[in-house]
Design a binder for this molecule. Structure first.
Ligand SMILES: [Zn+2]
Length: 337
């Protein structure tokens, strides 16, 4: 929708340019009846880069935002490696292999299906230089250049969120990662800790704070089904993925971690979705962009181009169902069948 709006703005401007000089030659204090729209800042489908190409934003015009925090490979010497001493805490430097490639493929498959581009933000920096899924000092470890890239990372996502809200009124955020846990499945992180996800459905539904903190707060509040059904019932995102060949937790078949390793979502998800912690990080608690962190297993999802293709295609189809059923958010030209 941003794209068609900008085209109208540009043609409107051309029309005014051709009319104004003649008009002003006749009437000295002539004013145009309406101001033209400013030219669009971004063209959907094109890449824009922050300083030195460290952060990349592929502009979009769909209500979906995809980010890859840990897939970058750039190792510039101007940024020292992140160390525990510099970061004043623990540092994790491992790369999430092929996750930048994965979000690019997800963008392509989404465009093929819906004719619109999701927004994509990628950190091209190796994680040993910047961890955008952490808050400072752990993220940039006090380095000025890494700090610029960190700021640009969030600014690009904020920009994408503004465009989504202006054009669709609501949207969906997915921060894509890769895990190497023993159980091969997608780990969907809604900011519900393992111990909380281990609760019974009744206990999960009885504690309103869990829904308030979750990354799907606003969607699940507007949905008549229970919170537990929303996150692991037959119509949950995990079950939709599982029904399409990608085993997932939480879902009907894998409702709770039960002692297995599980990632529940990181700082990008806290800041850029709609849960209770968003306000404190510069985001919007109770806002109209919700989402999830997906930690993908390697084999069968991100290990080769054919599997990344398959996952990307399934994601477009699954999101079409999921966002329409739970939120009335229509991704295609007509409601999903
Ligand atoms: Zn990661």
């Amino acid at each position: 929708m941003g794209g068609s709006h900008s085209l109208a703005g540009r043609s409107g401007m051309r029309r005014l340019y051709s009319v104004v000089p003649l008009c002003c030659a006749i009437v000295l204090s002539c004013r145009t009846p309406t101001e033209p729209d400013p030219p669009a800042k971004y063209v959907a489908g094109q890449s824009y880069f922050g300083r030195n190409g460290y952060i990349e934003y592929v502009a979009g015009n769909a209500p979906v935002i995809l980010t890859a925090s840990h897939g970058g490979t750039l190792m510039p010497s101007e940024i020292p490696d992140r160390t525990e001493a510099a970061c004043r805490g623990t540092t994790t430097a491992g790369r999430d292999l092929n996750t930048a490639e994965l979000v690019r493929e997800m963008q392509q498959k989404y465009f093929l299906r819906f004719g619109r581009y999701p927004h994509v933000v990628i950190s091209n920096l190796a994680r040993v230089k910047l961890d955008p899924n952490r808050t400072n000092p752990e993220a940039a470890c006090g380095d000025a250049e890494a700090e610029i890239a960190y700021r640009e990372w969030h600014e690009f996502i904020d920009e994408a969120r503004s465009i989504v809200l202006a054009s669709s009124g609501k949207g969906w955020y997915m921060d894509m990662h890769g895990h190497n846990h023993p159980v091969q499945r997608l780990e969907l992180g809604y900011l519900i800790a393992s111990s909380q996800l281990d609760l019974s459905d009744a206990a999960l539904d009885a504690n309103r704070a869990l829904q308030d903190t979750s990354s799907v707060r606003t969607v699940s509040e507007s949905d008549p089904i229970s919170f537990s059904a929303f996150v692991r019932g037959p119509a949950s995102l995990g079950t939709l993925y599982a029904n399409n060949g990608f085993r997932s937790i939480p879902s009907t078949a894998d409702p709770r971690p039960n002692g297995e390793l599980y990632f529940s979502g990181g700082d990008n998800t806290r800041r850029h979705t709609c849960g209770a912690e968003a306000n404190g990080l510069g985001g919007m608690t109770g806002g109209r962009i919700c989402g999830v962190q997906i930690e993908a297993n390697f084999t069968g999802v991100r290990d080769n181009e054919a599997n990344r293709d398959r996952f990307a295609d399934v994601t477009a189809r699954v999101l079409e169902q999921y966002l329409f059923v739970h939120w009335g958010l229509q991704l295609g030209a007509s409601p999903p069948a």
